[in-house]
Write a protein that binds this ligand. Sequence first.
Ligand code: DON
Length: 305
Amino acid sequence: MVKMRDWVEEINERARTKLGIGRVADYIPALAERDANKFGIAICTNEGEIYAAGDALEPFSIQSISKVFLLTLSLRVYGNALWERVGLNPSGMPFNSLTQLEAERGKPRNPFINAGAIVVADRLVSAFATPSKHLQDVARKLSGNESILIDRRVLESEWQHRSRNAAMAYLMKAFDNIDNDVDHVLHSYFSCCSLSMSCIDLAIALNYLAADGHAHATGEPFIAPDLARRINSIMVTSGMYDAAGDFAYRVGLPAKSGVGGGIVAIVPGKFSVCAWSPALDENGNSVAAQYALELLASEMDARLG
Ligand code: DON
C-alpha cells in the first residue's frame, strides 16, 4: 500500500525532529552506550504486511516490553489464578517504586511495574526450567527471526546494578509472594529484559494482540481472543507507568514501553506498531517514539481511510 509506505516515512522524518530531547537511561550502564540519534518505526498489519522506516532493523534492548511476553506466557499457564499474586490496577508511581509494596503486603499493583513482572517471572520459574530460554524461543517463533539473542552485556550490567529490584524481590519473598530462590528469579527477569529485538521483530511478534490472539508468523492461534483483549486493557491502564493517563489522552492506544527506548502499540483489528529511540523523558518513556505514536494515532483515520 503506497500511502502507508509514504506515511511511515513521513512519521520517521517528523519524529526525528525530537532527537536531542530526553536522556538515554544510565541506571543500567550498558544501556547508556546507545546512540541517542537513532529512530526506527515498523508497522505489521494483520494481513502480515510490514511497513518500516529509519533504524527499524536495528536490535535494541527490549527491557520492559518483555513484560508483555511474560504476562502472556504466565496467563497461558496459570489463567486467572495469576491475579492472586499480582493486581490489575495502575500504580500511579514510577516503575521501580517500592513504597506501595510494604503497605499492600507484597502484592504488586500490576504486572507491568518491576515488582509485578518479578512476581510473574517467579511464576514462570515454577513452570519452566529456564523461562528466558523459553521466552527467547517464543520471541523467535512469533517474529520469524531465529537470530534473536539475549544481550549478555546488558544482562551483566542489570545484574551488577540490581539493588532496587532485589529489594523488591526480597520484600515480596518475605510476604510469601515469591516461591523460588530470589537470585534465580531476578536472573530470569533480567535475562528477559535483556533480549535484543528490532522494531520489525517486535511489531511482528506482538501482532497477536492486534489479531485476536492469532500469531500470523506461525499461522496459529497463540492465545484466546478474550485474553488478547484483556492484555490490551492492562496496557492501556498500566503500560506507560505513571504517564499512562497522559499517554492515553495523547495517543489512546494500548502500549508498552521499555527503558531501552522502544514502545509497542496496538491498533486492535488492524495492526501492531513499534517505535524506538533511546532518549527518554522523566517517566522512562522514549520521547521520539511517543511522538511518533501520537502522530500515527491522530492521523490514522485520515491517512488510511
Ligand atoms: O528492571 C529494570 O529496571 C529494567 N530491566 C526494566 C525497566 C523498564 O524498562 C521500565 N520501562 N520503562
